[in-house]
Design a protein around this ligand. Structure first.
Ligand code: UDX
Length: 456
């Protein structure tokens, strides 16, 4: 099939490479010419296991092309996926400027039946707005024969660090199509595009457009709820002297609960959960509803990293003036170089504000420019004198008054504890990811605090 993907960001690039790998002819359109040039030479500007190889192989096979020209993309496609950014606007809503720009371009250039499928995470009702924008563009052309089109919703459930795998072995493919003839044609074409995944088991879940749009938000909000629930429970565990890790083991085996996403920690980060939870609350308010559970999920998450720093501050009598804090892990989760909404960014700011010097290590983040990307330069400049980036975990620990663990990278899971104790000025560990057994760390001579491990 002929497929166009608009946007060579995370979702767009992974989808482009994977659809090409499935044998389709894919054009991936990206407005950033520099990024397109990079991609054309086989250079992949983001860290995602397997993606580089996939892009190179399909470029070489002529199944994958990159371009800056939207018109070319529209003319190429039987199915066009919109995978552009939907950043959070100041009021918490999703900013649809880029999505609607694509819709206008489709209206200006479409010349035969086209399925436009939204892959970007967009609020309920966006497909209708995309439809209207395309129709407007078409009307302005005053064509003798107006080509038919359908706007579908095809939300993406990829996890960073496992995106290629997730795309190639989806749990489900959610498709929302409009009623009527165009909708049926759209369902047929999308079914063809995803046919390779339906061989052993039907994975397509076809529904109306609005339900598909809402399903994406509901999935992320429910996962976020599990996390905030456990973080809330962790605070109680601390207060009553229970261990959240034992609680987790005690509930996960119930299949209705499951072991996934019930790890207490520093709160969820990344490019999806915080943004989507906020956007969902916003959508609800716009519809005259309040999602009281989801609002609470957000409030718990917003407070989580701060509470952790508070406990560290308490340990040091309220101030970190003159203290050195080692910080392991900066990305929002392991296996990615992504620091968007990473709890580590809050930690660094709060630690420095309390007077500390931070010695940081992360396998993929090596500078303040990288860590604080998107922040005002003035803020970075204020932090710069107080944050050092170290070559290894032990170097970061050297001479530090405490070690803070913010991301559960594998290399942090089994440190040489004797060497770590020697490196640290004091054997103090504040573990935001509950990597270790408190009793064992006690035996090793550490003062150890996790999240919800029963320590007041
Ligand atoms: C997520 C969803 O999983 C994916 O379906 C959606 O399409 C995009 O958002 P991603 O942002 O890549 O994917 O990360 P994920 O692995 O889901 O982790 C999200 C955050 O939750 C991380 O900050 C992680 O540390 C945190 N988390 C996760 C917890 O704190 N506890 C858990 O038990 C699980």
């Amino acid at each position: 099939m002929k497929i166009t993907i608009i946007g060579a960001g995370y979702v767009g690039l992974v989808s482009s490479a994977c659809f090409a790998e499935l044998g389709n002819h894919v054009v991936c359109v990206e407005r950033d010419a520099l990024r397109v040039a990079q991609l054309q030479s086989g250079e992949v500007p983001l860290h995602e296991p397997g993606l580089q190889e996939l892009v190179a192989r399909n470029l070489a096979a002529g199944r994958l092309a990159f371009a800056t020209d939207v018109a070319l993309g529209v003319r190429h496609a039987q199915v066009l996926f919109i995978a552009v950014g939907t950043p959070m606007a100041a009021d918490g809503s999703a900013d649809l400027t880029q999505v609607l720009e694509v819709a206008h371009a489709v209206g200006r250039h479409v010349s035969r039946f086209l399925v436009v499928a939204n892959k970007s995470t967009v609020p309920v009702g966006t497909a209708q707005r995309v439809h209207d924008a395309i129709a407007q563009g078409l009307a302005a052309r005053q064509l003798a024969r107006v080509p038919a089109f359908a706007v579908a919703s095809n939300p993406e459930f990829l996890k960073e660090g496992a995106a290629v795998e997730d795309f190639m072995r989806p749990d489900r493919v959610v498709i929302g199509v409009p009623e009527g003839r165009a909708g049926e044609r759209a369902a047929g074409l999308l079914r063809r595009a995803y046919a390779p995944f339906n061989r052993n088991r039907e994975r397509m879940v076809v529904m109306d457009v609005k339900s598909a749009e809402l399903a994406k938000y509901a999935a992320n909000a429910l996962l976020a709820t599990k996390i905030s629930f456990m973080n809330d429970m962790a605070a109680l565990a601390d207060a009553v002297g229970a261990d959240i890790e034992q609680v987790r083991r005690g509930i996960g085996s119930d299949r209705r609960i499951g072991y996934d996403f019930i790890y207490a920690g520093l709160g969820y980060g990344g490019s999806c959960f915080p943004k989507d939870v906020a956007a969902l609350c916003h959508t609800a308010r716009g519809a005259g509803q309040r999602l009281r559970v989801v609002e609470a999920v957000q409030a718990v998450n917003d407070a989580q990293a701060g509470r952790f720093v508070q406990r560290l501050l308490q340990h040091f009598g309220g101030s970190l003036a003159g203290r050195v804090i080692a910080l392991w892990g900066l990305t929002f989760k392991p296996g990615t170089d992504d620091v968007r909404e990473a709890p580590s960014r809050i930690l660094v700011r709060r630690l420095v504000a309390a007077g500390a010097r931070v010695q940081a290590h992360d396998p993929l983040v090596h500078s303040l420019e990288q860590l604080m990307a998107g922040d005002p330069p003035a803020r970075r400049a204020r932090l710069a004198p107080h944050v050092a980036f170290c070559a290894g975990p032990l170097q970061a620990a050297q001479g530090a008054d405490a070690l803070v663990i913010a991301t559960e990278w594998k290399i942090y899971r089994s440190p040489d504890f004797a060497a770590l104790r020697r490196a640290l000025r004091a054997p103090v560990i504040f573990d935001g990811r509950n990597l270790f057994d408190p009793a064992e760390l006690g035996r090793q001579g550490f003062f150890y605090q996790g999240v919800g491990r029963g320590q007041r």
